[in-house]
Unconditional design. Structure first.
Length: 215
């Protein structure tokens, strides 16, 4: 089986990115782009991002998760701490995040270090979730083998009965991560594959060095 994709081509012509127009701080630039993508109404989930980790087996693995907050400190998302992803971060907190917004011909690639956020912050977010999502986080032994879909649904029914009319506490194995960037690259598609790539690199004095990369 084979399919030749060599003729799949698109000319990127919607915008440009220059050293003169970018913000001094990469999180400010990220905020600017995120709000523009959000306002464009061309992406169902602009907060969807790919999280890449180095697994305990030595292989990199990428998966899409949802960013739930961004601040000057970095990017926050939530997960099961005992999942394959959580175990990988525990062993090696160096991660890579990437956002791809095709309607704006943009992507952002972030290298950084992941750390657990304060428990009270994870508690607050967990309490804000719909009950179904709360129970889903509790019932899923994430990344582990289960016998069937029916098994998962039966376990959920048991939890629904157990917690009917009761307050649900956040399980200790579930919570948030903050990714503190050390490098943020902003990619803007341009004609003739001469794309704009502007990288912010964190320096020892905690200032950001802005550099242009060849496409």
């Amino acid at each position: 089986m084979q399919k030749d994709l060599s003729n799949y081509r698109k000319s990127y012509e919607k915008s440009e990115l220059t050293e003169e127009t970018v913000k001094e701080n990469p999180m400010e630039q990220f905020q600017k782009w995120f709000y523009e993508v959000e306002a464009s109404d061309g992406v169902d989930e602009p907060n969807a991002m790919t999280v890449s980790t180095i697994g305990l087996d030595g292989f990199p693995k990428s998966r899409v998760v949802l960013m739930k907050k961004f601040t000057f400190e970095g990017i926050i998302f939530y997960s099961n701490y005992q999942s394959e992803k959580g175990k990988a971060i525990e062993a090696n907190p160096s991660v890579c995040l990437s956002f791809f917004w095709p309607n704006m011909e943009r992507q952002v690639i972030i290298k950084g270090t992941a750390e657990k956020i304060a428990e009270n912050l994870s508690d607050g977010y967990f309490e804000s979730r719909p009950i179904g999502s709360q129970l889903g986080a509790m019932v899923s032994d994430q990344s582990n083998v289960i016998p069937s879909r029916e098994y998962l649904e039966e376990e959920l029914i048991k939890l629904e009965k157990k917690y009917e009319g009761k307050e649900i506490q956040r399980p200790q194995f579930w919570g948030g991560y903050l990714v503190r960037p050390i490098s943020m690259e902003f990619w803007q598609g341009r004609p003739n594959r001469l794309h704009d790539r502007i990288r912010y690199a964190l320096q020892e004095d905690y200032n950001w060095k802005i550099e242009r990369l060849a496409p």
